[in-house]
Design a protein. Sequence first.
Length: 158
Amino acid sequence: MKVRKAGPRDLPSLVRLEEECFGVEKFSENTLMAFLMREDAFALVAEEKKEVLGAALCLCSDSRAEGRVASMAVLGQRRREGVATLLLREAEGSFEKRGARTFGLEVDVANEPAIALYLKHGYSLRAIIRDYYGAGRHAYVMEKVLPSKKRKVSVRPS
Ligand SMILES: CC(C)(COP(=O)(O)OP(=O)(O)OC[C@H]1O[C@@H](n2cnc3c(N)ncnc32)[C@H](O)[C@@H]1OP(=O)(O)O)[C@@H](O)C(=O)NCCC(=O)NCCS
């Protein structure tokens, strides 16, 4: 299995994943296309034998200080095989390359698999946004902050 940046030719696979994983709450084709084309966004796909098994849709804030995972989806029959883990690691690496020190996301408080995934990878619960997904459907804000890079300490010879 390998993870790579998605391009316009991956749109049908992204649409399929969105439909399977999110049903009526799926992102539209236009929104998915925006993740492929916008400067401040990117999409990653995990692929095996040319089949897309999962995808992560990612955003970088204007200042590029924060990376956001807008969506993470893995085909139902390929879950618990580490696909999301690979995608998350790659997304974090890309955010870091763009200068982000903080990674964040919102997740439905009822989405136990996703919450477990992010907790396992060092994300903390920061806040709750009430009715984020509609009446009575709240979201946790989760965040991971990279430790600040150590400064070189120069020692003056005495
Ligand atoms: C959430 C989701 C992306 C996880 O993908 P995945 O490829 O199965 O995740 P991984 O195999 O990398 O799992 C990593 C860890 O996350 C946790 N986890 C994942 N699924 C879990 C589940 N169903 N129950 C409990 N913990 C779970 C576990 O700690 C797991 O490690 P382990 O398998 O060693 O115990 C997947 O279930 C999915 O696509 N769900 C539908 C879409 C969705 O809700 N996306 C998230 C919101 S945007």
